[in-house]
Ligand binder design. Structure first.
Ligand code: HEM
Length: 151
């Protein structure tokens, strides 16, 4: 004899299976590092950002007098820092942000300029809005460790 309830049960089971399969095929969320495009993309973003800071009339003073080797090292550990912080396979071996920047006299105004440069870099590389937000949140969280002087 035909049981209408068994149709309902089958339909529910089908919907449940489709949902589970859908969730499974979506997989885990990719890391920010992967979504940015991996190592080369992170390195390109850091290079562009540092280049803008060094060329800036107000921020350039922090880098004046640093030899090429010092700049190369700072660039490399910054790539490692961002790579690790975004979930990449790198291991940051530099100093912590407070120790590194303490005593440089970086002001809130300097910081705002730097954030402006970072936004310009992310726009230049056409980083999608969601990833831009995540990068800006990540870097924004470092503000109090980098800024050591009232404006
Ligand atoms: C107004 C903003 C900033 C200024 C003016 C600034 C300036 C500098 C300078 C001049 C150095 C070179 C120190 C040296 O080798 O003697 C340095 C090192 C470094 N900065 Fe910044 N910085 C700023 C923001 C940031 C941010 C947002 C990050 C995070 C991505 C960062 C990460 C680093 C790292 C990883 C180093 C190297 C640490 C080490 O030597 O162990 N900086 N910074």
């Amino acid at each position: 004899m035909h049981k209408p309830r068994s149709w309902t049960a089958s339909l529910i089971a089908l919907i449940w299976l489709a949902t589970v399969a859908g969730v499974a095929s979506a997989g885990p969320q990719k890391s920010l590092y992967e979504r940015l495009g991996g190592y080369d993309a992170v390195a390109a973003v850091v290079d562009d950002f540092l280049g803008r800071m060094i060329a800036d009339k107000q921020l350039g003073r922090f880098f004046a007098g640093l030899g090429d080797d010092r700049k190369h090292r700072a660039r490399q550990v910054t790539v490692d820092f961002v790579c690790e912080a975004t979930g990449g396979p790198c291991y940051y071996t530099g100093r912590d942000m407070k120790t590194t920047h303490k005593g440089m006299g970086i002001t809130a105004a300097d910081w705002n300029l730097a954030v402006g440069h970072l936004k310009a870099t992310l726009a230049k590389f056409k980083v999608p809005a969601q990833e831009q937000k995540e990068v800006l949140d990540l870097i924004g969280g470092l503000r109090d460790q980098v800024v050591d002087q009232a404006p």
